[in-house]
Ligand binder design. Sequence first.
Ligand SMILES: N[C@@H](CCC(=O)N[C@@H](CS)C(=O)NCC(=O)O)C(=O)O
Length: 226
Amino acid sequence: MGPLPRTLDFFYDVLSPYSWLAFEVLCRYKNIWNVSLQLRPTLIAGIMKDSGNQPPAMLPRKATYLKNDIRLLGQHLQVPIHFPKDFFSVILEKGSLTAMRFLTALKMEQPEMLEKVSRELWMRVWSRDEDITQPQSILAAAEKAGMSTGQVRSLLERISTPQVKDQLRETTEAACKYGAFGLPVTVAHLDDQAHMLFGSDRMELLAHLLGEKWMGPVPPAVNARL
Ligand SMILES: N[C@@H](CCC(=O)N[C@@H](CS)C(=O)NCC(=O)O)C(=O)O
């Protein structure tokens, strides 16, 4: 028997484009590295509030930079990411509370669907510039991921329950306790300590901490499948 897999807690919000990039790379590596990837739906607005931070695109010059950064990274990482037309309405007005509560309920009830449904929500908001706030939008994403209408409806009924709200709050607080000031956050639990890494651009460092091999954002085993 080999060594036990190290746990990676991955805190993310589907409103965060860099979370999507990190998510795809980690999903590619989860079967290559000896890790147990724990997807943890988090509310980015809660992290911003708790840390006193603001979305980086609030600074106009940075917003111009980020648009290009995300386009180039999408190409490099082979993720079909595109900026929504009305970025500020998507990020600041519409937000992601309903979507993240849905993913929280999904993790509690059908965790095996979390990866696929998260991806379909990102595909809506960060690839096709579609809504993710309305119940029918969430239904469409979850059905695309392979869930039945009945399963989705019963989860949608649960998203306003104290259990689901508390769980999303607890996860967001857990990220804050690790020192989060934005997303994505990956916490690598090693034998001696836990390391918190911010961003999608710390994968090489993550590999170093784990003692695993970094083979770029599209490792060969995945490349053969694409
Ligand atoms: N350099 C990071 C940037 C990640 C990033 O900007 N994340 C946004 C949300 S999409 C955030 O929370 N930013 C907070 C900050 O930059 O202080 C990466 O390449 O992933």
